[in-house]
Design a protein around this ligand. Structure first.
Ligand code: FMN
Length: 177
């Protein structure tokens, strides 16, 4: 796919077969994460955690469901792999940089997944729940002083990517001349 085809085909996948992505696919997706821009080039302010542990995944899923007040929901959608993006706890003045770094890294991974035909989903809600659980945070074994920001769920899907017709005015626009 060329760049615009990938951008316009990308969509959030919430239905997974349960089959995991291959090691080669994961490597391409992690390469895309590493190709991301990071504020002031401070790559050491970011951290990736690849989670495939089913028990931990189920706990994060349950914490997310509890946060949404819907115990029967599965905010991780049964993804077999979750790539958590964490940042060094930012100075409150610079929170915008830390969370933007994480979002850009997650999005680069989503675009790479699209290109590979692999399913991906942005996971922010369940990560907010995770951040509120001291017990789960401990299990992540993050570097000292790092906080989880967001995650990308990855897995095989039966959903197909097709170039979508994107409404050009979906995001309101002002022009200052
Ligand atoms: C910052 C951000 C957080 C999101 N968090 C979640 C989430 O926690 N769970 C989820 O299912 N989708 C989440 N999404 C996906 C959005 O709902 C989705 O991107 C939007 O509805 C547009 O649909 P599309 O991605 O298929 O184009 C998130 C997207 C973004 C950009």
């Amino acid at each position: 796919m060329n760049t615009m085809e990938t951008i316009c085909s990308r969509k959030t996948i919430r239905s997974y077969t349960g089959e995991n992505i291959t090691a080669d696919e994961l490597n391409v997706i992690l390469k895309a994460a590493n190709a991301s821009p990071v504020g002031m080039g401070q790559y050491d302010s970011m951290h990736l955690t690849v989670i495939t542990n089913e028990e931990l995944m189920n706990k994060i899923d349950a914490a997310g469901a509890a946060l949404f007040g819907q115990p029967d929901m599965h905010p991780l959608y049964g993804v077999p792999t979750l790539v958590l993006v964490s940042s060094k706890k930012p100075d409150p003045m610079m929170e915008n940089v830390a969370f933007s770094n994480a979002a850009i890294i997650a999005h680069n991974m989503a675009l790479a997944a699209t290109d590979l035909g692999v399913g991906s989903c942005y996971i922010w809600g369940a990560i907010a729940a995770l951040s509120g659980s001291a017990e789960l945070l401990k299990e992540l074994n993050l570097p000292e002083g790092f906080i989880p920001c967001c995650a990308i769920g990855l897995g095989k899907t039966d959903c197909k990517y097709e170039i979508r017709d994107i409404p050009e005015n979906r995001i309101a626009k002002s022009i200052i001349e």
